[in-house]
Design a protein around this ligand. Structure first.
Ligand code: DX5
Ligand code: ZN
Length: 224
């Protein structure tokens, strides 16, 4: 086993014009990207609408990369019931969107997918402490959810550290994912604080250095 920790890079396609999505993903794959992040928004949990499950299913048919979904919807129970088994590698629901996170986690796992809980910037890590033993992933939002291209809130770094500490102390196995405002310049500090997965939208697909920048992200590695 390598003595370096290598990161998981997930490409968020939210800000790519629809007609460019298949081609951009194809190029990104050629340059080493292996995971695509789909942001599903319902116009209620967040102000915008993005795309729905039918789009994800269509994408699944033409793309052979892993897909993960980030549900920014008010009724994740209803939504998760509609997801075909194993469509996604990981399903992130928002802690703020449900009264029954444990039930949701079980439903996602029963469909053969990893269950992740996402927390908004204003939600303290303490709120999810009691479910950390059950989840496969925690998504720390580094910006308010709903839009690509925002600036990372630096206060969020502390939450990554807290999660990393809780994981170590309790022997939990969840991965720590971070989403929003990640650019090549701040990626390293986020990983140093304990993040395992970086979800990057405009910092990747809209970078003047796309697609070469994918390698730059993937070469961020730290001693274990
Ligand atoms: C925002 C979404 C993000 C977004 C990230 O609510 O959850 O996944 O696409 O985009 P950037 O990397 O541009 O902040
Ligand atoms: Zn997202």
């Amino acid at each position: 086993m390598s003595d370096k920790k290598s990161i998981i890079l997930s490409g968020s396609i939210l800000n790519i014009p629809f007609y460019e999505i298949p081609e951009k993903i194809r190029i990104a794959k050629e340059h080493g990207l292996s995971l695509i992040h789909l942001d599903i928004m319902d116009g209620v949990f967040v102000p915008q609408l993005s795309f729905g499950l039918s789009f994800a299913i269509q994408l699944r048919e033409i793309i052979d990369l892993d897909l993960e979904v980030h549900l920014m919807v008010v009724n994740p129970e209803k939504f998760i019931a509609e997801i075909p088994d194993k469509l996604f590698t990981r399903v992130f629901f928002h802690y703020e969107s449900t009264l029954y996170p444990l039930r949701l986690i079980e439903k996602i796992k029963n469909k053969g997918m990893m269950a992740g809980v996402a927390i908004n910037p204003s939600t303290p890590v303490q709120n999810i402490e009691t479910i950390l033993g059950e989840v496969d992933a925690v998504l720390v939002m580094l910006v308010e959810p709903g839009y690509g291209g925002q600036v990372m809130k630096h206060q969020m770094l502390k939450k990554i550290e807290q999660l990393n500490k809780l994981r170590r102390e309790n022997g939990y196995s969840f991965i720590i994912a971070c989403d929003g405002g990640i650019k090549i310049d701040n990626a390293r500090i986020i990983v140093e604080k304990g993040a395992d997965e970086l979800i990057v939208g405009t910092g990747l697909f809209n970078s003047p250095r796309f697609p070469g920048i994918i390698r730059d992200f993937l070469s961020i590695n730290l001693p274990r």
